[in-house]
Ligand binder design. Structure first.
Ligand code: GLV
Ligand code: MN
Ligand code: MN
Length: 429
């Protein structure tokens, strides 16, 4: 059993509640990507991290990175998650991981622990795809995976581009690519997150270790029909855009339920009906389709099949279909050696764990492109997430944080050992 101090559930809880208060009014937490409220959350994170003796900087994508020096310079072990939310979301998604990072830094500071190499604690900007369609904007830039043009192309429901949203909070989109990480500065990364599913709750296990993160393809579909009088227009021969769009919802559901698609999730989460009048047949309906899968080919084939079936339905109904790609990400397999360090840390702490797959997207899947990454999950009550009812017990958050701290210390020791070996073999290791 490690002598490292345990996380304080009450302190973690009050840290989390302070973040929850940074929200738009209305149900749940609304703290959207690249808004003043998200920046305020980053400033709060920066202040807490400075109090633990870390050196804090905000990179050119708006990610906040706190560094705690080690005994020697060298590649750092990192942790972190995001501080933005969906519309009317919960208190835990993203926040659990960033608050766990704050708690680990506090425990290190209070116990006077000196690690072999530096540690870094990161709050990523704009993880949620809820506003712009694209998920993980800050970590995608950190991974060097975003083209400048994307920042102009991705727009929110009010037509504001990602680039303009960045400018509105003082971030220069033309400089955002400079945030790309140098892989040589990192040895490993571990993100803690709430599960957003019910595997851990069902198994009555407090921590999960992720093997695979689902990908997602998101498109915006527009059905164009003919608006007209609901009383004067006969039922036959109508070009009702909403009736066609309703078919899309059911086509997507039916396809994802087909046994050949076991594991595909397809959802229409947003629909705008125009002109939106009780007495006018809808002439135009715009809606989103989000298809997620752990199999990238099946994910894209599912989207193509849904669009093809819908196009046929639209033709039958005398309407026209337009489709526009919003975002497209493949599933990511996390490297087993980092996961093995996390599971070894769980064994050291005598914590039962479960290895499981993530249905949601995470910064970890972007970070893993440049730094070998692991993920720790803590349970979500009733599997609920992206809703105000999202809940994780403070004691479960604390257990996850203990595992995070122990994993980081193991990974730090491993990185230092490899650095020492490399030094004695003249860098050939
Ligand atoms: C992030 O929570 C996602 O939408 O997967
Ligand atoms: Mn999240
Ligand atoms: Mn989320």
């Amino acid at each position: 059993m490690s002598a490292f101090p345990q996380a304080d559930p009450e302190r973690l809880w009050s840290t989390l509640q302070t973040m929850a208060a940074l929200s738009e009014p209305g149900g749940g937490v609304t703290r959207l990507a690249y808004t003043r409220l998200e920046r305020a959350a980053h400033e709060q994170f920066a202040a807490w991290m400075s109090d633990t003796g870390c050196e804090v900087r905000v990179d050119s994508a708006g990610n906040t990175i706190a560094t705690r020096p080690g005994r020697n310079d060298g590649p750092a072990v990192g942790t972190g998650s995001h501080l933005d939310s969906v519309y009317h979301g919960g208190r835990f998604d993203g926040i659990a991981g960033t608050m766990a990072a704050v708690e680990v830094a506090r425990l290190l500071h209070e116990s006077g622990t000196v690690t072999e190499l530096p540690l870094r604690f990161v709050a990523f900007a704009a993880e949620e795809g809820a506003r712009f369609g694209q998920a993980c904007c800050g970590s995608k830039l950190a991974a060097g995976l975003s083209a400048r043009a994307e920042l102009d192309e991705r727009r929110d429901r009010d037509g504001i581009s990602l680039a303009d949203a960045m400018r509105s909070v003082g971030i220069d989109p033309d400089r955002a690519a400079a945030s790309a990480w140098d892989p040589g500065e990192w040895s490993a990364f571990v993100e803690l997150h709430v599960e957003q599913g019910s595997v851990l709750e069902t198994a009555r296990v407090d921590v999960g270790v992720v093997d695979l993160i689902s990908g997602s393809t998101r498109i915006e579909l527009t059905v164009l029909g003919q608006a007209s009088h609901t009383g004067g227009t006969p039922m036959r021969g109508r070009a009702d855009a909403l009736a066609a769009a309703a078919e899309a919802v059911l086509i997507a559901e039916r396809l994802a339920l087909d046994p050949r698609h076991r594991g595909t999730r397809a959802s229409v989460g947003r629909m705008v009906v125009e002109p939106g009048s009780i007495t006018t047949i809808p002439g135009r309906v715009t809606f989103s389709l989000d298809v997620r899968d752990v199999d990238a080919d099946r994910q894209r084939l599912a989207v193509a099949e849904i669009v093809a079936r819908l196009r046929a339905a639209c033709l039958r109904r005398g309407t026209r279909l337009e489709a526009r790609l919003l975002a497209d990400t493949s599933a990511v397999v996390l490297p087993d050696w980092v996961r093995n360090e996390v599971t070894a840390a769980a064994t050291e702490l005598a914590l039962p764990y479960r290895v499981l797959t993530s249905g949601a997207s995470h910064d970890a899947q972007m970070v893993n492109r440049v730094v070998p990454t692991a993920m720790i999950f803590v349970p979500s009550r009733h599997g609920l997430s992206h809703v105000p009812e999202e809940w994780t017990e403070p004691a479960q958050l604390a257990v996850g944080t203990d595992l995070l701290a122990a994993s980081m210390l193991r990974l730090d020791a491993r990185a230092a050992m490899l650095a020492a070996e490399s030094a004695t073999t003249g860098g050939a290791a």
